[in-house]
Design a protein around this ligand. Structure first.
Ligand code: CA
Length: 233
């Protein structure tokens, strides 16, 4: 199996070197960029399995880079944040980051999150053009496990792997409220490390893609103070 490649966009060389060293030890390949524009260019050049993105950077900040990557690519992005107000911004803006981690961070935690966000899907059924057999329908949604695809009224949704897994998980447990802690554990595989707001960020992005009106969701519903559940409209 070829190694997964992480692009580290971080101007503090000591941090970049430390992360790089530990990722290589864990079997990853790495690339590094020390300024924003260089990082954006490398991220968009392709061949990257995950972007680790600092917020405060020369030439372009992490928020802007995240937005611009998302315009063109669904590569997983983990933001490195230094202050609580940066976390709020990651969570509050529609940046499209998959996760964030606050400095100073533990390396074990960082590696665990990178692994969770680069987990590869089982290879989809050979693209023979034949129709998939492994499709479950939930109202006007069709979840196709062979193709790792979810179609809404026959139109495929452009979901990240995490969004796909989250929607599938909830749909398969129709009408059952799942706590955010449970979702983190089962969908993200974050046993001990996760911040439950990670779930809220992903639900929000999923709703943008899934719902007719994301401010008035019909599929993925909130049980206030508890978690989320799926209901077919
Ligand atoms: Ca920085």
């Amino acid at each position: 199996m070829d190694a997964r490649k992480v692009l580290i966009i971080e101007d503090e060389k000591a941090i970049s070197d430390l992360v790089k060293f530990n990722l290589i030890k864990e079997g990853f390949e790495t690339d590094t960029a020390y300024d924003g524009q260089e990082g954006l260019d490398k991220a968009l050049a392709g061949g990257i399995d995950l972007v680790l993105l600092d917020v405060m950077l020369p030439t372009l900040d992490g928020f802007e880079i995240c937005r611009r990557i998302r315009d063109k690519s669904e590569v997983p992005i983990i933001m490195l944040t230094a202050k609580e107000e940066e976390v709020d911004k990651v969570l509050g803006l529609e940046l499209g980051a998959d996760d964030y981690i606050t400095k100073p961070f533990g390396l074990r935690e960082l590696i665990a999150r990178i692994k969770a966000n680069t987990r590869r899907v089982a290879s989809p059924a050979a693209a023979t053009g034949a129709s998939s057999e492994n499709v479950t329908e939930f109202g006007d949604l069709a979840i196709d496990l062979d193709r790792y695809e979810i179609r809404k009224r026959d139109i495929p949704l452009e979901l990240t792997l995490r969004e796909f897994e989250l929607l599938r998980y909830l749909a398969e447990r129709e009408d059952k409220v799942i706590t955010r802690e449970q979702l983190l554990e089962d969908v993200w595989g974050y046993e001990y490390y996760g911040d439950i707001r990670t779930v809220d960020v992903t639900v929000r992005r999923l709703r943008e893609k899934l719902e007719d009106d994301s401010s008035n969701p019909a599929y993925v519903l909130t049980k206030r103070g508890v978690g989320y559940y799926f209901r077919r409209p």
